[in-house]
Design a protein around this ligand. Structure first.
Ligand SMILES: Cc1cc2nc3c(=O)[nH]c(=O)nc-3n(C[C@H](O)[C@H](O)[C@H](O)COP(=O)(O)OP(=O)(O)OC[C@H]3O[C@@H](n4cnc5c(N)ncnc54)[C@H](O)[C@@H]3O)c2cc1C
Length: 342
């Protein structure tokens, strides 16, 4: 039986959390190995969720904004510069032999065995490795309605987004009627946040009762700038370059109507990418990894650390994900030192 190669730190995921963990681990001479992930769907690609957006205006260090893909290329270049290695379909590559950069054919992690140390990590193209420490940074995918025009307008910067805190302050949304789709706490939070910029905010909900907690629901109902459109589903989003209206259907009467909006925010939850863990790490009921100590990155398995949106259903921002990636690399380094492996 051939032995697997041995690694000190394996990082799974290539969003802001994964590359920041790689930068810190590489600079600590841990020579990290990253499984950046494969482009498995339109919204699950190497580089993470920021690959799906245009301008990022709130990440420190970019005073004139930066596009999501440019920012992720910068983080990737920075991590590779310090000796990070990545798992591609053609084996392990470094900065010197990866002409495709962030657009290379990377491997996803297909499965992990966290039951004993060293841990075992297997790629979806067969590459298997033993790891002393593992950092999980696989993110959480925003849930979308699944409409063709939704995806077209979201990807072209046409006023459709899944993150009000990220995009709501953009000039294109100022003094316009905006819509938030959803009925939970996040949807109400997003609607309330948008009242700062919008002329009014429609909260579109498919039922006649909000799922949000009572205090949040009351906040929405009592806000003069928020109008709740009950029992409505979104059939389509209209507009060529930028959204101009949403087409709604009343779930009780079946009646269709077009409501003019200058922006639309989908707030129907996120799906953390934790299926490949196969229940080996403690998660909450929606699949987010539970951190053992909320100030650190430790998980229910010693030697396995988690960073970014996969372990954070509260903030879900690039800067917080990057901060958590930094913590995970430092925690992993200290833990390896305690084990006498570094
Ligand atoms: C439309 C949109 C706009 C946004 N705009 C902003 C903004 O302006 N500012 C801001 O701060 N935040 C913004 N966000 C939020 C931000 O993108 C996320 O908070 C951030 O990307 C989270 O980083 P992460 O590293 O935790 O996860 P992600 O960025 O989601 O990265 C996770 C990575 O893990 C990979 N992966 C998943 N499964 C596997 C596997 N099995 N094996 C290997 N790899 C795997 C994925 O391919 C992905 O590359 C936006 C989000 C969206 C959806």
């Amino acid at each position: 039986m051939t032995e697997n190669p041995k690694e000190k730190v394996v990082i799974i995921g290539s969003g802001p959390a994964g590359w920041t963990a790689a930068i810190y681990a590489a600079r600590a001479n841990l020579s990290p190995l990253v499984f950046p992930g494969r482009a498995v769907s339109k919204d699950l690609v190497p580089g993470g969720q920021l690959m799906l957006t245009t301008d990022v205006e709130n990440y420190p260090g970019y005073p004139n904004a930066v596009t999501g893909p440019e920012m992720m290329q910068d983080l990737f270049n920075q991590a590779m510069r310090f000796g990070t290695r990545v798992v591609t379909d053609d084996g392990i590559k470094t900065a010197d032999d990866l002409p495709g950069g962030l657009f290379s054919m990377f491997q996803n992690v297909a499965s992990v065995d966290l039951s004993k140390r060293p841990f075992h990590v297997t790629g979806d193209n067969g590459y298997a490795v033993d790891a002393e420490a593992v950092i999980i940074a696989t993110g959480a995918k925003a849930n979308w309605l699944g409409l063709e025009n939704e995806q077209r307008l979201a990807q072209s910067g046409g006023g459709v987004s899944a993150c009000a805190v990220c995009d709501g302050a953009l000039p294109m949304f100022r003094d316009k009627p905006l819509a938030v789709i959803g009925g939970g706490d996040s949807a109400v939070e997003e609607a309330t946040y948008l009242t700062k910029f919008a002329s009014k905010v429609y909260l579109v909900h498919r039922r006649d009762e909000l799922r949000a907690s009572k205090i949040m629901a009351d906040r929405a109902k009592n806000d003069p700038k928020i109008e709740i459109l009950w029992n409505k589903t979104v059939l389509d989003m209209l507009g060529d370059d930028v959204i101009t209206a949403m087409r709604l259907k009343d779930t009780q009467t079946g009646e269709e109507s077009d409501v003019e909006v200058g922006g639309l925010f989908v707030a129907i939850g996120h799906t953390p990418i934790t299926g490949f863990l196969d229940g080996q790490l403690e998660t909450d009921e929606t699949g987010y990894v539970i951190l053992k100590d909320p100030y650190r990155s430790t998980t229910s398995v010693e030697g396995v650390f988690a960073a970014g949106d996969v372990a954070d259903h509260v903030y879900r921002q690039a800067i917080t994900a990057a901060g958590m990636g930094c913590k995970a690399a430092i925690d992993a380094e200290r833990w390896l030192a305690d084990q006498g492996t570094h």
